[in-house]
Structures are given as C-alpha cells and as structure tokens.
Design a binder for this molecule. Structure first.
Ligand SMILES: [Zn+2]
Length: 76
C-alpha cells in the first residue's frame, strides 16, 4: 500500500516539476520595440507599406510613387 502512495507522490512531483518548467519556458520576453524604427505609412492607392521618408505626401495622404500620387489625387 505504501508503494502505491509513493508512486502517486512521485507522479505528483513529476507533474509539478513539469508544470513549473513549462511555465518558465512559456514566459518568453516580448520582442523589444524597434528602436529608431522609421514611421511606416500606407500608400493610399495600392496599400503598400513603406517608410515615411520614401513616401510621397499629397493632400495629407501617402503614396509609394509619383505614379500612385497622380492616380490617387486626380485633378478636378
Ligand atoms: Zn502605391
């Protein structure tokens, strides 16, 4: 009878160790925020994302190229 109790205790211990180990593994560090990363903007015409410095701004909207700027803001 004592043997069974020992086995149960052993299983409980193994379970507890496994649980605490998995908890430690799961707690991964969140990815650090990209330091100095440039603002990404979305082309109003095709929706492509590009750095703000590479985009063309027109009427408060961003475009990936002069072509899309022309298409996105028709002259009327
Ligand atoms: Zn575009």
């Amino acid at each position: 009878m004592a043997k069974i109790l020992l086995v149960v205790l052993g299983l409980l211990l193994a379970y507890w160790i496994l649980k605490s180990y998995r908890k430690r593994v799961d707690r991964r560090e969140p990815p650090p925020p990209a330091a100095g990363a440039e603002d990404m903007v979305c082309c109003a015409q095709c929706g492509v994302h590009l750095p703000r410095s590479e985009s063309i701004t027109a009427r408060g909207k961003f475009y990936c190229s002069a072509e899309h700027q022309r298409l996105g803001s028709p002259t009327d």
